[in-house]
Design a protein around this ligand. Structure first.
Ligand code: FAD
Length: 389
């Protein structure tokens, strides 16, 4: 793409920052416009698998990630009540050898800081995009703070409730999944009943599951507890405060290690989990979508951020190698089928993780012996090399 072409990235989340860093590394300039007054996400972490970390290593984040990320010992699936180990797979040194990059649990704020360092002074905070128009010579962008900017290419990296999406697909809104989650960070020393706090673990039970993994120096456990309710999500926002006792009631009878985690959360609120119907078009007239804006998925494969990072590496490589239209067509071609498959799989996982004890749960448990094959098709992928091929 021509060196004079300007790129505006809407959204300074994981996708927007990774794209800006990847373009910068290729000598292309991009400005990130983020609506928040600072880059931070409270109380939430993210699990980064080899397919995401490989890209981040290439962007120069190897040391930064090693400093702020915890490598889990194993991936373990357990029964909700008894805590029995159903399946397990090593994700330490052997995983890194097999997939070419480590698995990390990282606090989002730490990841954003690492990425922001690579992006330098190209991030504009307090800039919420409210309108956009074709200026005949690119796009005119209007922000809520009164600022105006122009760009030849606009990238919508503005998350599941994307504003930019409507310029590409019309009014295509996110879909509520019928599931919601509670998240929290708890010091491992406050979880005496939790077996293997250093592992990434799924606890599977009737109508609910809990996922947790260590972050940072391993002394803190991040968890996400998901329940199959409420049926409808009525609110305008995607979170609602909830008394801790009510959250705890959802996990009556669960293993004491799980209950300890839930009862010690400092974030007593419910997060509605949204997904996105697969989109047939990812770009139109110099506006292109990336990450949750185009393929929001349920978090049950730990892949939303990782697929977003893959998108960013792919888009940067395509823009580096071809003119705009060809680059966008190639980007869509390379990313659509893969993200759709992961998306579909994340919805299936949601049902499978919530089965009551019984025949179907036993079938699922036997199928979990296939974890290595599942991990291979998702985690071994090298997005940049694929785009460069
Ligand atoms: P976001 O991270 O949502 O960033 C979008 C940014 O755009 C935000 O900073 C927002 O403020 C900004 N923005 C929005 N509108 C505007 C506007 N109009 N103007 C300017 N800025 C705007 N994925 C994993 O890979 N591993 C995990 O372990 C994992 N755990 C998860 C747990 C939960 C509970 C949830 C809900 C998701 C999880 N995910 C996980 C998914 C992951 O968080 C997302 O897929 C990922 O953050 C998407 O990145 P993004 O950059 O596309 O969007």
């Amino acid at each position: 793409m021509s060196a004079t072409t300007s790129v505006a990235i809407i959204g300074g989340g994981i996708g927007g920052l990774t794209l800006a860093a990847a373009l910068r590394r290729r000598g292309m300039d991009a400005v990130v416009y983020e609506q928040a007054p600072e880059l931070r996400e409270v109380g939430a972490a993210v699990a980064l698998s080899a397919n995401g970390n490989r890209v981040l290593h290439e962007l120069g984040l190897r040391d930064g990630l090693a400093e702020c990320g915890a490598v889990p010992t194993e991936l373990i699936y357990r029964n909700w009540g008894s805590g029995a180990r159903i399946a397990a797979y090593g994700v330490g040194a052997d995983y890194e050898r097999r997939f070419g990059a480590p698995y990390y649990g990282v606090h989002r704020a730490d990841l954003q800081k690492c990425l922001a360092r690579v992006c330098g002074d190209r991030v504009r905070l307090n800039h919420r995009l409210v309108d956009m128009a074709d200026s005949g010579n690119g796009h005119r962008l209007e922000f809520a703070n009164g600022a105006v900017a122009s760009a030849d290419l606009v990238v919508g990296a503005d998350g599941v409730h994307s504003t930019v999406r409507r310029w590409v697909t019309g009014e295509e809104t996110a879909v509520y999944s019928g599931t919601s989650g509670f998240r929290g960070l708890v010091p491992a020393e406050q979880l005496p009943s939790l077996p293997d706090p250093g592992a990434i673990q799924f606890w599977m039970g009737p109508g609910a599951h809990v996922l947790h993994y260590p972050i940072g120096d391993g002394s803190v456990v991040n968890f996400l507890a998901v329940v199959h309710e409420p049926e409808q999500w009525a609110g305008d926002t995607w979170t609602e405060r909830m008394p801790l006792e009510e959250i705890s009631t959802c996990f009556d009878g669960w293993h004491p290690g799980v209950r300890e985690m839930i009862e010690r959360t400092s974030l007593p609120q419910r997060w509605a989990l949204f997904g996105q119907r697969p989109l047939n078009h990812w770009y139109r007239d110099g506006v292109v979508l990336l990450g949750d804006a185009v393929h929001a998925m349920l978090p049950h494969h730990g892949q939303g951020a990782n697929q977003t990072i893959e998108d960013a590496a792919t888009l940067a490589e395509c823009l580096h190698r071809a003119d705009r239209e060809e680059a966008l067509a190639r980007y869509e071609r390379l990313r659509r089928a893969r993200t759709r498959a992961v998306q579909r799989s994340s919805w299936t996982a949601s049902d499978l993780l919530h089965l009551p004890d019984g025949l179907r749960a036993e079938q699922r448990n036997r199928a979990l012996e296939n974890i290595p094959a599942t991990l291979r098709w998702i985690h071994a992928h090298d997005a940049r090399a694929t785009a460069a091929a």
